[in-house]
Design a protein around this ligand. Sequence first.
Ligand code: ADE
Length: 234
Amino acid sequence: MKFTFVTLFSNLVEGYFQDSILKRAIDKKILNIEYINPRDYSDNKHSKVDDTAVGGGAGMVMNPQPLFDCLDKLKKEDEEVHIVFLTPVAKPFVQNDAKRLSKKSHIAFVSGRYEGIDERVVEKYADEVFSIGDYILTGGELASLVICDAVSRNIEGVLGNSDSLSIESFETSLLEAPSFSKPKKYDALSVPSEYLKGNHSRIRSLKLALSESKTKFFRPEQLLKYRTRKSYEK
Ligand code: ADE
């Protein structure tokens, strides 16, 4: 899978791939990462990429010309490329999107800075537009990394153990049950005794009960979704 980051600030993104799981996936050639700086495509003699907003308003908006030119080139080089824009004004990114996008061959993330990107660029080039949550970041780079990470771990071979994918939070709409490592007792705190007894069916039902109570406490709307789905399955 290829990821292209279209950003004025590739330094903000590059560090994330220099360690751990995604670095290993790059070394194994499962992932291929490329950076494009729209400034390199600017027609302006000072390589300017932004301007004040037409019609007024605070801040600078990224001009269409550099982005039109670099996205045209990207599409010409690979007609399969799936272009994703990051903005708080969009649908929220969820786990199902991560799984769906992991089947693409090439995703390009277009990050805006300043007050955002000229809407004509989004209209012309976006295959999808995502927000990663109801808060405003200083730019789309962090959002693009969040999505890239969540997508990548669903690609075959990226995680060591593919079993760990199926029982995770959101795969069933429930939050995951708590996990414990060794030792079994630490600082006078024990892991739940049922986890120690080795009866796997009892451990499974305890984990399900813990999942349900965590979900009820933190994400009641997810529990409702889970119960509705279960009642349809009956
Ligand atoms: N850019 C700024 N804030 C954002 C958000 N919450 N999600 C995606 N892109 C953004």
